[in-house]
Design a protein. Structure first.
Ligand SMILES: Cc1cc2nc3c(=O)[nH]c(=O)nc-3n(C[C@H](O)[C@H](O)[C@H](O)COP(=O)(O)OP(=O)(O)OC[C@H]3O[C@@H](n4cnc5c(N)ncnc54)[C@H](O)[C@@H]3O)c2cc1C
Length: 400
């Protein structure tokens, strides 16, 4: 049976970043990924995130995977809230002295795959992990390869970075799952058209929330609040553009263009604890899910990796297991902060079915646009509490 130091399951942002950092530190690792490389890099189902906290951008640069992101990404220094036909700017630069970076997750995944393979790293595409044995000592990953053949990989450590539908939640005994679902979903589109504004617009409208964002100056990523049971067939292109412009309430105008992708995203919050058992650790969406309103998912994945990377380095350099033992305890600080913020943004911006709660929501929203104190809370969390600044998770620079 083949042996490695660290077996990583999943080539999403979490698994790839960890694999690349460990490789630079001389730790022998293998990534097993169920899908093909082409699917990860080009499938419309993998478009997903686009907002990077400032500190996430910095981590990508320090890890040596951010060169293209730096040239092709966009800096945003604030966001807009659209309410009752008026635009209110939340000026991050003035409020907290930092902005955010806009760059598509799928591009970053492509960049990380390139860098990792060029550095001699190993990613086994189309290798689906189907079981896990011996979690306490020398864990074994059982996988199915592209031809259906089964194989086993004996590891010193296993990292579950297999995303929001993680199988590890079945395989790790005694996990506690905290979760919440919301009574709405997002109909998302990627369209070839200039975005409605130079920065993101979060629009509150009586017909439901809408988000206007961009991937580039000619590619817009827009979302509409819809029912979780919504049938996408009932949303032809004209209806989507009409509804988006209606919910903007006249503060900006979208020019309809070809829609390249259309999807429905359900909204839920979920945290798994502990995020470890024996020699097995969870990172990214495998351990927690946030509704996309606060744009936190990929940033959280990077935070987890920063904490676990430091702990694995301490183990491989000094055989010191202290940081590994406290991994969940350290990570839960940034995780629950992001859960809090994502929950707050979600409740603040979506039209709620209960009339009393809806009035409270509108009062909260008015308070936000009038109060610099509440704006500072939003700005601080949006830009990122734990990837940079006073509370930042410690991220050791990779060797070399
Ligand atoms: C519509 C939408 C918008 C979003 N917007 C934002 C945003 O603006 N900002 C933000 O920060 N986050 C956002 N997110 C969240 C972000 O996309 C996720 O948090 C991020 O992908 C998590 O990375 P990950 O590596 O943990 O998991 P994933 O990216 O899901 O990667 C997991 C990988 O594991 C593989 N895998 C699964 N099971 C197995 C198996 N058994 N064997 C082998 N491989 C397996 C999968 O194929 C996948 O490639 C958004 C998400 C969605 C859906």
């Amino acid at each position: 049976m083949r042996r490695v130091q660290v077996g990583i399951v999943g080539a999403g942002p979490a698994g790839l970043l960890l694999a690349h950092l460990l490789r630079q530190a001389g730790v022998d690792g293998v990534v097993l990924e169920a899908k093909s490389r082409q699917y990860l890099e080009t499938s419309p189902h993998r478009i997903r995130a686009g907002v990077l906290e400032w500190g996430t951008k910095e981590i990508a640069l320090k890890a040596g995977v951010g060169d293209r992101m730096l040239h092709e990404g966009l800096e945003h220094r604030g966001i807009y809230i659209a309410l009752n036909g008026r635009l209110h700017r939340i000026d991050f630069a003035t409020l907290v002295g930092q902005g955010i970076w806009v760059y598509g997750q799928q591009y970053l995944v492509r960049d990380m795959i390139n860098h990792h393979l060029q550095a001699g790293g190993e990613i086994l595409f189309e290798h689906e992990v189907v079981d896990l044995k011996q979690l306490e000592q020398n864990p074994i990953l059982i996988y199915r390869g592209p031809g259906g053949e089964e194989g086993e990989l004996l590891c010193e450590f296993v990292v579950g970075a297999d995303g929001s539908h993680s199988r590890f939640r079945e395989w790790i005994p005694g996990l506690r799952i905290y979760q919440k679902t919301y009574p709405f979903a997002w109909l998302g589109i990627l369209a070839e058209t200039p975005p409605a504004a130079s920065e993101l617009i979060y629009a509150s409208h009586e017909r439901g929330f809408a988000l206007y964002s961009m991937r580039s100056p000619s590619l817009a990523r827009n979302y509409l609040q819809v029912s979780p049971e919504e049938n996408l067939e009932t949303w032809p292109e004209e209806r989507i553009w009409e509804e988006l412009n209606l919910r903007l309430g006249g503060v900006a105008q979208l020019t309809p263009g070809p829609i390249l992708e259309k999807s429905l995203t359900l909204m839920r919050s979920l945290v798994v604890e502990p995020m470890q058992h024996g020699r097995v650790f969870l990172v990214g969406d495998a351990a927690h899910v946030v509704p996309p309103t606060g744009a936190k998912g990929m940033n959280l994945a990077f935070c987890d990796v920063a904490v676990l990377y430091r702990a694995l380095l301490a183990y491989y350099r000094d055989r010191d297991e202290t940081l590994l033992a406290s991994y969940t305890e350290t990570a839960r600080r940034h995780i629950w902060q992001a859960e809090l913020f994502s929950y707050w943004m979600t409740k603040l911006l979506h039209t709620l079915p209960d009339p009393f709660e809806e009035q409270i929501r509108l009062a909260n929203l008015r308070h936000l646009v009038e109060s610099p104190h509440v704006q500072r809370f939003l700005a601080e969390n949006y830009v990122g509490v734990y990837t940079s600044g006073r509370y930042a998770v410690a991220f050791p620079s990779p060797p070399g």
